[in-house]
Write a protein that binds this ligand. Structure first.
Ligand code: KMH
Ligand code: ZN
Length: 282
């Protein structure tokens, strides 16, 4: 099995400081938290940004300052993957802003889905538009799939010739209203992939640990972090995203998987080594 890429989703759009006092918000806090996650073994930072009051935003300038700080200070330099999902209810224009910073990767959400009591809208025209914007900048999308049909919609972007790079999925399981975080769901999702596709799994809430084990055993890559889960165990808040990354490292060793460095992750995901120097942070 390949080395495992650990993604740290350090901030998310839905968690609040009231629920998780260690949530990083300012560029300096995000960079310090990213460094702790990298020190623990993360190769990839999935990034959302917040205004100073903690509310989620996709504002280009807020992303620019956060990414610039992480890019300048965190070593070894992780893959920085801004969200283009943002928060439920944001417009496509709003959500697309971070792609103009030319990150190595960005998320591309692959289908409309219930998101708790709300609806997260990702219709095919929106997906095609996001795909074209990413292809034009050589940004490798991470195809976020909250349901099985999302995999088929993601694959359609390649079938239509809109994207040509390596295809990497992220299966986010356990969002209320979307696909459940069960072994059966994960097996069914992976059955839909082409042999050359790669995938990460993220379990939302307390199912996270079971999904880490399943993902590791099945040869997948793993996402953890405050975006998906804030509790280390029942009632015990994690004091850093690094605690979750450390857990993945421990479990990976138990099942004989080695941890991918950031550069190894770039190779696995088809990102050119020099691409990290071509961000547009001015
Ligand atoms: N906050 C969710 C509604 C992504 O980053 O692309 C969407 C999300 C997915 O987090
Ligand atoms: Zn996200």
């Amino acid at each position: 099995m390949s080395k495992v890429i650990i993604t740290a989703a350090i901030c998310g759009a839905e968690v609040s400081r009231e629920r998780q006092p260690h949530l990083p918000i300012s560029p300096a806090e995000l960079a310090a938290e990213a460094q702790r996650a990298v020190d623990a073994g993360a190769a990839l930072i999935h990034l959302h940004v917040r205004r100073p009051d903690g509310s989620p935003t996709q504002d280009r300038e807020v992303f620019r300052l956060a990414i610039k700080e992480i890019h300048a200070t965190v070593r070894p330099l992780p893959i920085i993957q801004p969200s283009t999902g943002g928060a439920v209810g944001m417009s496509a224009d709003e959500r697309l802003q971070p792609v103009t910073l030319n990150p190595e990767m960005a998320t591309l959400d692959c289908g409309t889905v219930n998101f708790g009591d709300e609806i997260f809208v990702n219709d095919l025209p929106l997906m095609r538009r996001f795909a074209k914007e990413m292809e034009a900048r050589q940004i490798v999308p991470e195809l976020e799939c909250f349901d099985i049909s999302h995999i088929l919609s993601g694959q359609k972007l390649w079938a239509e010739g809109l994207i040509s790079c390596h295809r990497h999925f992220d299966f986010v399981l356990g969002v209320p209203g979307a696909l459940d975080a069960s072994a059966a769901s994960l097996v069914e999702m992976t059955r839909r992939l082409a042999p050359e596709d790669t995938w990460t799994v993220a379990g939302v809430g307390r199912v996270q640990n079971a999904l880490i084990l399943l993902g590791l055993a099945m040869g997948g890559h793993i996402r953890v972090g405050f975006e998906d889960n804030i509790f280390l165990s029942k009632g015990v808040l994690a004091d850093s995203n690094a605690r979750f990354v450390e857990r993945v490292v421990r479990l990976a060793r138990e099942v004989g998987r080695e941890i991918a460095s950031a550069d190894e992750a770039r190779r696995i995901l088809g990102i050119a080594p020099e691409r990290s120097q071509n961000l547009n942070l001015n």
